[in-house]
Design a protein around this ligand. Structure first.
Ligand SMILES: Nc1nc2c(ncn2[C@@H]2O[C@H](COP(=O)(O)OP(=O)(O)OP(=O)(O)O)[C@@H](O)[C@H]2O)c(=O)[nH]1
Ligand SMILES: [Mg+2]
Ligand SMILES: [Zn+2]
Length: 292
């Protein structure tokens, strides 16, 4: 039979079967481990259900349309990066996730939650990402504002919510679909999230799939990005690249750079460019160390 991995605990995986709509608890066959194939939430799999008390076996992981290691999810169409004014947003983390999503074959989008606390962050983010193809949603899981538009955008897709702890990923899924996922507050001392969601989980709702994932705050740039290709992930820079004096131009600090000029003229966000240059530095370091 075939199905989708909804969640995994230890070496057990829960799979929603395509044929009968039932959930089965399975263990991964040793041959998968030998092939270094680690099943991920979202994976499409082939399996044999168990008999009576025995668990069934997960036998094959079908080819992935997309994949990402942090959060560890497969076959996601849209990676929804959730941010909020509290806890303090980390937009560098957001940009790193956008890069990972695009390299992994997913479409990134940004969802600004908690707009009941004020609309400044949503405005700022819309300005920073103007010229990119990213959609920006403004919502409040608390009041329900913007939730219908977001649900509409998720229709018929596999959407994964990701981001820092306590931005409201689980709260949003509850507001969107009437679920009862556990939510948590902010630590009073550190004003950081409490890491309430502990493992990734996929849910099937009206012909779509949604994934809730644990929040995290540290993310490195993945290896294997050629600095020359890095600007490709910034469509608003690509558009101007023809006007740079050097070809190719990394839009770092080269003289006569059209991106730099557009930033100075206020046509592109300076803060996003600064993050770009910070990430480019990391990409270069990784690339230098690639044969070590
Ligand atoms: N004011 C306001 N608070 C919200 C909103 N959405 C969520 N919260 C609060 O934010 C806190 C964190 O919410 P969660 O849904 O647990 O956040 P999470 O992103 O799932 O966090 P982790 O599971 O730890 O990654 C809770 O106290 C929620 O009540 C919102 O739209 N407005
Ligand atoms: Mg959560
Ligand atoms: Zn340039």
């Amino acid at each position: 039979m075939t199905g989708s991995i909804m969640r995994g605990i230890g070496s057990f995986y829960t799979v929603l079967c395509d044929e009968d709509g039932q959930e089965y608890t399975l263990r991964a066959q040793k041959k998968l481990r030998r092939q270094h194939m680690t099943p991920m939430v979202g994976d499409r799999v082939r399996f044999t259900p168990g008999q009576g008390e025995d668990n069934g076996w997960l036998e094959e992981i079908l080819p992935r349309r997309s994949e990402m290691l942090r959060p560890s999810v497969a076959n996601v169409d849209m990676l929804m990066l959730v941010v909020a004014s509290v806890p303090q947003p980390d937009m560098l983390l957001c940009d790193k996730l956008i890069l990972r999503a695009e390299r992994g074959g997913m479409t990134p989008a940004i969802c600004v939650n908690k707009i009941d606390l004020g609309g400044e962050l949503a405005q700022q983010i819309r300005a920073e990402y103007a010229g990119t193809s990213l959609r920006v949603f403004s919502v409040s899981a608390l009041t329900g504002e913007g939730v219908d538009t977001l649900r509409e955008a998720m229709q018929g897709k596999v959407t994964c919510l990701a981001g820092q702890s306590a931005v409201g990923k689980s709260s949003l899924l509850n507001a969107l679909f009437g679920l009862e996922l556990e939510t948590g507050g902010l630590s009073r001392k550190t004003e950081r999230g409490r890491h309430t969601t502990r493992r990734s989980e996929m849910m099937a709702i009206d012909g779509m799939f949604v994934l809730d994932t644990p929040g995290f705050s540290l993310l490195e740039i993945e290896d294997g990005v050629d600095p020359q290709d890095f600007a490709q992930f910034y469509p608003e820079y690509n558009e101007l690249a023809g006007g740079c004096r050097f070809q190719p131009c990394l839009h770092d600090r080269e003289p006569g750079c059209a991106v730099h000029a557009a930033v100075d003229a206020g046509q592109l966000s300076r803060i996003r460019w600064e993050r770009y240059r910070m990430m480019l530095g990391e990409v270069r370091e990784n690339w230098k160390g690639r044969y070590v």
